[in-house]
Design a binder for this molecule. Structure first.
Ligand code: TYD
Ligand code: MG
Length: 450
């Protein structure tokens, strides 16, 4: 009989060592090596070797699955996925406990047009039924199974033959071939790897729900993210009703896409017009508050940029930025100092993107500059104005992509003064666009406003 051997695997980077080490030699993390039992050779495992039924394909553009995406029927969810669930793919939905992951996935599963197996290791079948009844989402296509033993889950999949299997949550499921407790790196990784194999060979979509640990990692951290095709993060403040679904990784879609939901009495509702909610609590007469139009994936969203400039009484001025790149803010402040002669060097500057979004595109530069100037002058900007444009080191306002989408969104919400880069006017030639004010330089903008 061959003996069971052990090895040690780093939870962060997957480095393998024959002995335990305090510090991972590969990624430098401390206390991340975990003991893993290596199954003896004669244990029953799938052979990974060559076999007669192996198929090898040609890179000829022949696509079999794209047209067969499975729609969840929740358009915000489908859009973030890149147009529905890709057959054979494995999707991880992560987020803090209690944020609404089970609710989201449950609501989506009832709208899927084929058989779904919902495996819950967290709630009993009764609990799930009570909630579904209250949400009014009872559905014949969803089969429930309260189980944590992965071998038994595989048997259930074999019996039900679903198109989609949901594991809620990955932290509760264990592979009985391993002695490690559920939720440990070994279990999370093994179960996910076996699900992956199942999905790739049968075309079943696996949706895995995972709680995020307090460090912001999905438990079994990086390793899980590498294995799955898509990582969706469900975020929001528990005390607020709004939730944002964001793609962190997506092999089958755009990662900039976001879905916005509202949690209410009857579960999650889609928010089809997110600009409205992001502008919800704006006070128009406040200096430092400026509206811009940013592209989030394929959609333009209006946002409020807030700046607060206060005199520095001692030492270096502070710069604090939430939702906007800190270095980018520093550059823009230098441009304001040098090109617009604003005295930012003697002021602390605090910047915030209201609504909790993180913006990376430079098209909101102009709004950031105007917000800082507005706070410095202590003068509110026109509540009807939207500012769009990248700002260069010379203080010039540079063109941005997809200007028409941004203008359309601003007009839809009733804004009547749309400041935009002069360079973008070329692409608008011949089109009837009202209320646009082309600008070449930040000084053009400031002279008109302050
Ligand atoms: P849940 O989906 O169980 O969260 P997760 O699976 O991410 O842990 O949602 C739990 C929270 O959502 C709970 O605090 C109550 C709230 N909630 C509502 O406000 N309305 C509802 O209709 C439902 C189902 C949940
Ligand atoms: Mg849950």
């Amino acid at each position: 009989m061959s003996k069971t051997k052990t090895k040690f695997v780093c939870a962060e980077c997957g480095y393998e060592s024959p002995t335990w080490l305090g510090k991972c030699p590969s990624c430098g993390a401390w206390n991340t090596l975990e003991e893993v039992k290596v199954l003896p050779k004669n244990a029953k495992r799938d052979s990974r070797g060559m076999s007669a039924d192996m198929e090898i394909f040609t890179l000829n553009g022949a696509v079999t699955s794209e047209s067969r995406r499975i729609l969840t029927g929740i358009s915000e969810f489908d859009r973030v996925l890149g147009g529905g669930l890709m057959p054979g793919s494995i999707v991880l939905v992560g987020g803090d406990p209690g944020i609404g992951k089970s609710t989201l996935v449950m609501q989506a599963s009832t709208r899927v047009n084929s058989e779904v197996l919902y495996v819950s290791g967290e709630e009993s079948v009764n609990q799930i039924n009570i909630r579904a009844k209250r949400l009014g989402v009872l559905a014949e296509n969803v089969k429930l199974f309260a189980e944590t033993d992965f071998e038994r889950i595989l048997s259930a999949i074999d019996k039900v033959k679903p198109k989609v299997v949901i594991i809620d949550s990955i932290q509760t499921v264990y592979d009985p071939n391993y002695e490690n407790a559920p939720g440990t790196v070994t279990q999370v990784r093994e179960v996910t790897a076996r699900l992956m194999q199942l999905s790739k060979t049968t075309g079943i979509v696996s949706i895995i729900i995972g709680h995020v640990t307090k460090d912001g990692f999905i438990a079994g951290p990086k390793i899980l993210e590498h294995i799955v095709d898509t990582v969706l993060q469900f975020e929001g403040e528990k005390n607020h009703a709004y939730r944002i679904l964001r793609a962190q990784k997506n092999r089958f879609g755009n990662t900039n896409e976001i879905g916005v939901f509202e949690m209410g009495e009857t579960g999650l509702k889609e928010v089809l017009n997110p600009s409205k909610i992001f502008l919800d609590q704006r006070e128009t007469e406040t200096p430092g508050s400026v509206i811009t139009a940013s592209l989030e994936g394929t959609r333009a969203v209006l946002l409020e940029v807030q700046a607060l400039a206060t005199p520095t009484n001692y030492g270096n001025p502070q710069r604090v930025s939430t939702g906007f790149d800190y270095r980018r803010l520093s550059i823009l402040l230098a441009v304001l100092e040098k090109r617009a002669k604003l005295r930012v060097g003697t002021h602390n500057v605090f910047l915030n993107i209201a609504g909790g979004l993180k913006i990376v595109e430079p098209a909101i530069d102009l709004a950031v500059c105007v917000a800082v100037a507005s706070s410095l002058f202590n003068k509110a900007v026109d509540g009807e104005a939207v500012f769009i444009g990248e700002v260069g080191l010379g203080g010039e306002v540079r063109t941005v992509s997809q200007i028409e989408k941004r203008i359309a969104e601003a007009q839809k919400l009733g804004f009547t003064k749309i400041f935009l880069p002069n360079g973008n006017m070329k692409s608008l030639k011949g089109k009837k666009v009202e209320n646009v004010i082309p600008v070449k330089n930040i000084n053009d903008v400031f002279n008109g406003l302050f």
